[in-house]
Unconditional design. Structure first.
Length: 134
């Protein structure tokens, strides 16, 4: 929603679902990386061994595209259940990535901590959908 302060003539954007926007950007980035680096799993087998055991790299890319588009479509259409679905999908994906880092690198790693936190953020975003659905 855009709100204009008539006295100062400033426009404020309110109720932007920032968690969803950021997670959509990150999901899009992962999709691009996976689509552009088809040999990523073989180049870094220590880091991506668990990823390749779950699914091929193109499936990961498609999964990230679906997650990003689901959230974006829900935001644009103002449809709460689509937004929630996209956030739950992101929580599952980032939980899986966190597990992959845990399995391949260990719990004391940037990947595990970062993606665990992103999974929690996505779950928190589900809670916020009603408030930010415009």
């Amino acid at each position: 929603r855009l709100i204009m302060n008539s006295r100062t003539r400033r426009v404020f954007v309110t109720d932007i679902p920032i968690i969803e926007v950021i997670l959509s950007l990150i999901s899009s980035w992962w999709a691009i990386v996976f689509l552009m680096s088809s040999d990523l799993f073989s180049e870094y087998p220590g880091t991506y061994a668990a990823f390749s055991e779950i699914a091929p790299i193109t499936w990961w890319a498609v999964l990230f595209i679906v997650a990003a588009l689901t959230k974006v479509i829900g935001i644009i259409a103002h449809v709460a259940w689509i937004r929630k679905l996209g956030l739950i999908l992101s929580a599952v994906i980032y939980g899986l990535i966190s597990y992959c880092y845990l399995d391949s690198v260990g719990w004391f790693s940037i990947g595990f901590g970062t993606f665990f936190a992103m999974s929690v953020m996505a779950l928190w975003g589900v809670r916020e959908v009603k408030r930010t659905n415009g």
